[in-house]
Ligand binder design. Structure first.
Ligand code: FES
Length: 179
């Protein structure tokens, strides 16, 4: 309930704001409609932005997943003498890049960068388990694909592309695995 003093304050305010209300009329109904329309527009734009953003990330991930590098081919010395179910270390594509060549029990050759994709410890080939293992945090990779078998590594090993040229094993490129 308004007493005289309150009523007088309200009237003072109404009187003071009356000219502004005449100059800038405002209907609650209109405001609600605009707000709903704006909200719908906002939702539409936000959805479109999210859709485009997700599409961009997916496209980038797909490109990154098969990013390959060309390097000068290099013969892997001694590879042709490697017995099945064993490995040897070499460097590729530069002397600073340690790599590992694995000859799996079926006689096929596979080569990978030796850095674990978790925190870069060097992996080794376990003949008993027939897989590549990382000693630092017990990660393991499939010897034939480089894919993570278990442990903390977030992605497969980088793959070194190899070719057999007249009985010799050559490293001819590198595929940087992502994701
Ligand atoms: S560095 Fe290989 S599992 Fe952590």
């Amino acid at each position: 309930m308004l007493d005289d003093a309150d009523r007088s304050d309200e009237e003072d305010v109404r009187l003071a704001t009356a000219p502004f209300q005449a100059d800038f009329p405002y209907e609650r109904e209109d405001e609600a409609q605009v707000t709903r329309r704006e909200f719908c527009n906002f939702l539409g734009l936000t959805s479109a932005a999210l859709f485009l953003g997700a599409g961009g990330f997916a496209a980038k991930a797909a490109l990154d997943a098969r990013r390959s590098e060309s390097h000068v081919a290099a013969r892997i010395g001694g590879a042709e003498l490697l017995a099945p179910n064993s490995s040897l270390n070499f460097n590729y594509p530069t002397e600073r890049d340690s790599a590992i060549l694995v000859r799996t029990a079926d006689g096929a050759y596979h080569a990978y960068g030796q850095k674990c994709t978790h925190l870069s410890c060097p992996v080794y080939y376990s003949r008993d388990q027939q897989r590549l293992e990382c000693p630092c945090h017990e990660g393991a990779f499939d010897a034939a694909s480089g894919k993570v078998l278990y442990g903390p590594p977030p992605r497969p090993l980088d793959e070194i592309e190899i070719e057999i040229r007249e009985g010799e094993v050559w490293a001819v490129g590198r595929n940087l695995a992502r994701g």
